[in-house]
Design a binder for this molecule. Sequence first.
Ligand SMILES: NC(=O)c1ccc[n+]([C@@H]2O[C@H](COP(=O)([O-])OP(=O)(O)OC[C@H]3O[C@@H](n4cnc5c(N)ncnc54)[C@H](O)[C@@H]3O)[C@@H](O)[C@H]2O)c1
Ligand SMILES: O=C(O)CC[C@@H](O)C(=O)O
Length: 410
Amino acid sequence: MKTSFPKQDIKVLLLEGVSRSAVESFQRAGYSQLEYHEKALPEAELKARIAEAHIVGIRSRTQLTDEVLQQAKRLIAVGCFCIGTNQVDLGSARRLGVPVFNAPYSNTRSVAELVIAETIMLLRGVPQKNALCHRGGWTKSAAGSFEARDKVLGIVGYGHIGTQVGVLAESLGMRVIFHDIESKLSLGNARAANSLEDLLERADVVTLHVPETPATQMMIGTRELARMRKGSLLINASRGTVVDIDALAASLRSEHLAGAAVDVFPVEPKGNDDAFVSPLLGMDNVILTPHIGGSTLEAQDNIGIEVAAKLVRYSDNGSTLSAVNFPEVSLPEHPRSRRLLHIHRNVPGVLSRINELFSAGNINIDAQFLQTDSEVGYVVIDVAADEKQSGELRDRLAAIPGTLRSRVLY
Ligand SMILES: NC(=O)c1ccc[n+]([C@@H]2O[C@H](COP(=O)([O-])OP(=O)(O)OC[C@H]3O[C@@H](n4cnc5c(N)ncnc54)[C@H](O)[C@@H]3O)[C@@H](O)[C@H]2O)c1
Ligand SMILES: O=C(O)CC[C@@H](O)C(=O)O
C-alpha cells in the first residue's frame, strides 16, 4: 500500500540496542530512514533526536517523560521493545495522540527460566561458594544447602511471568503459593495466599513479578522483609522500585534473609560502559545481574519482530490493536478508498462535526471505525475521494476543536 506520507521520509529512531530483527523488519516494510543507537541517550540529546522522529523505539532505560514527549512534535508512535512501559508517561502520550506499543509476552519464558535457575542456586548457597572458590577457598559442606523439592515458592504478581515460574517450579516439586491484586486462575497445584503478609510468612523463596505502579513502589520494605521467614530468599526480576534496596541490604547483613537475586535496580546504568553502584555490592550471597531477565537472543529477536510489526501496522494501516495507552482499532484495508485518521479529545460533538464535514462536502464514507477511552477518541474514515479532496478534508478535520492529530494515511 502506498502511503500519502512516503515511507522513506518516516524517521525511525531506535535506542538502547534493540534487536537487529527490528531494523530488518522496518527495512523489509520499506522504511529506510533508521537511526540506531546502542545506548539510551542523555536527556538533552534525546530531546533533540526525538524532535525529528516519527517513530521511536526504546527499552527500559529511556525515560519518555511529558517534558521529553512535548518536544516530539512529529512523533506518531512509540515502541517499547520490552514488557514494561513504566518508563513512558502513557497519559501524556495518549493526550498527545501517540499510541504506545510493547511486547507483552516475548521475554516471559526467559525471565521465568532465570528465576528458576536462581532459586536452585540460592537454595544451594552456590553464589557464596562460587565466590569463595574464586578467592582460593573451599567450603565442601551441606550446611545451609537445600533441595528445591518440597520448598514453598511465593510468587508476588501472578501474571504472565509469575504463572510460568509457578508451572516450572511445580515441575521441580516445589509447593507454589501466590499473591495478586486480581483474582487469578491457579495453574497446577498453586494456591492463592490469603494476603501478601501470609505469603511472606510462609514462603522459603519469594519472587516478585509485579509491574511498576504507584501501589508496587517500595512494596517490599523493612516491615515486609521482617515478615519473611528467617533464612528465606528473595528474588526481584520485576522493577527496581518494588524493593527498598537499603532495607534489603540491611536484612541480608543481619542474616535474616539468607540470600537474594536481584536483576533490577532503582538506578541502573544507562549503558554497558557506565558504572553500576548498589548497596548490595560485595555481598557473596547475592546474585546480581544487569537487568538481563529478558535478555536472551530468542526473546530479543522475537521482541524486535513483534514491536516493529505493530509500529509498521499502525504507520501503514492505522491499526492500534494492542496499544497500551490508546483506543484499540483494528482495520481491514480498503485499497480503493482514501483513509483518514482523526485523533481527538473525547468531548461531546466531535464525531458529529466530523460527519457534518463529509456530508457538507458530499463525500461518501465507505467505512468508519471509532473507539474512545475516557480521554481520547480515535476515528478512522475510509472515503471515496481523490488526493486533492483528501488533503482538504485533512485540513478541515484538523480545524475541528478538540483535534489532537489528523492525517491522510493513504
Ligand atoms: N527483569 C526483566 O528483564 C524483566 C523482563 C520482563 C518483565 N519484567 C517486569 O516484570 C513485570 C511483570 O511482567 P508480566 O509479563 O508477568 O506482567 P503481567 O501484567 O502479566 O503480570 C503482572 C501481575 O501483577 C499483578 N499486580 C499488579 N499490581 C499488583 C500489586 N500491587 N500486588 C500484587 N499483584 C499485582 C497483576 O494483577 C498481574 O497479574 C513487568 O511489568 C516488568 O516490569 C522484567
Ligand atoms: O530490555 C529491557 O530493557 C527491559 C526488559 C524487561 O524489564 C521488560 O520490561 O521487558
